[in-house]
Design a protein around this ligand. Structure first.
Ligand code: KIV
Length: 294
């Protein structure tokens, strides 16, 4: 069903494939917001591509996930769906797209499915259960997201570890159980202490996807730009970088500038040729034209 040896998967992932991976195989999730990176992610054999609202920060330069809107998220989602053949695509519903009311939330969720996404993700717990149920009722799979909720946590307490007290931990467990009852197919746990993430993972039947929540979650998600070192405005401790693409890109552009300034680029192999005979004709034509004009 999935690939553990980094080969492109053969068949399109569906939500039930993800659910059935619990306790069998860890689920790999990565963000993408555009056609070319989605194509690479899809070819890597990743299980889920998340069109995260983090795209507002890493693609558009906003200083949090709050400003990104439906129009921008729909463009990201469309581009990702055009570049994806096999991974499951989950799109983040941005702040403001599901808070106002049930109808509004359902309408916006449908807009994501129309772009080619397979599911939507909503940040929140008990306070948004009615919207999760309503979206699921029209047939759209929903992924939950609790712990640090960047759309709103920032407004109240800033970016902080969640579930580091008995009360906090029990509240998170309660929320996870309520989300499961409401019908979400998986839950993102963001910046939750390892112990509490483990407790939640063992007490729900659906997969948990951790980000900064330790090794016991059923899967892991990272922001593509963080793991490639393409975004250095915020670098949380939980990010593992696998390469330094910023440096590679910078060096490549420096080399390009040098080649342009020194005439090393373009070479003959980068240029197009007119046939000698045609060029001679052209020179003659210009000579005749010049005579006529003088
Ligand atoms: O927007 C995003 O990238 C996310 C992940 C942090 C889970 O929601």
């Amino acid at each position: 069903m999935t690939t553990t040896n980094n080969k492109p998967r053969l068949k399109k992932m569906v939500v039930n494939d993800i659910v059935s991976m619990k306790n069998k195989e860890k689920i790999s999730v990565i963000t993408s917001y555009d056609y070319w990176s989605a194509k690479i992610c899809d070819n890597s054999g990743i299980d889920i591509i998340l069109v995260g609202d983090s795209g507002g920060m890493v693609m558009l330069g906003y200083n949090s996930t709050v400003p990104v809107n439906m129009k921008e998220m729909l463009i990201f989602s469309k581009a990702v769906s055009l570049g994806t053949k096999r991974s499951l695509i989950v799109s983040d519903m941005p702040f403001g797209s599901y808070q106002v009311g049930i109808k509004h939330a359902v309408r916006n969720a449908i807009r994501f499915i129309k772009t080619g996404s397979d599911a939507v993700k909503l940040e929140g717990g008990i306070e948004i259960i009615d919207r999760i149920k309503a979206i699921k009722e029209v047939g759209i799979p929903v992924m939950g997201h609790i712990g640090l909720k960047p759309q709103t946590t920032k407004l109240w307490e800033g970016y902080r570890v969640q579930g580091n007290t008995a009360i906090g931990g029990s509240q998170l467990l309660k929320e996870a159980i309520e989300l499961e009852k409401a019908g979400v197919f998986a839950i993102v746990l963001e910046m939750v202490t390892s112990e509490v993430a483990d407790l939640i993972s063992r007490n729900v039947k659906i997969p948990t996807i951790g980000i900064g929540s330790g090794p016991h979650c059923d899967g892991q998600v990272l922001v593509l730009h963080d793991m490639l070192n393409l975004y250095d405005n915020i670098k949380p401790r939980f990010v593992k970088t696998y390469t330094n693409l910023s440096e590679t890109i910078l060096n490549s552009i420096h080399n390009y500038i040098t080649d342009v300034k020194t005439g090393k680029f373009p070479e003959d192999r980068h240029s197009y040729k007119i046939e000698d005979k045609e060029f001679e004709r052209l020179v003659k034509m210009i000579k005749t034209l010049r005579k006529k004009l003088s």
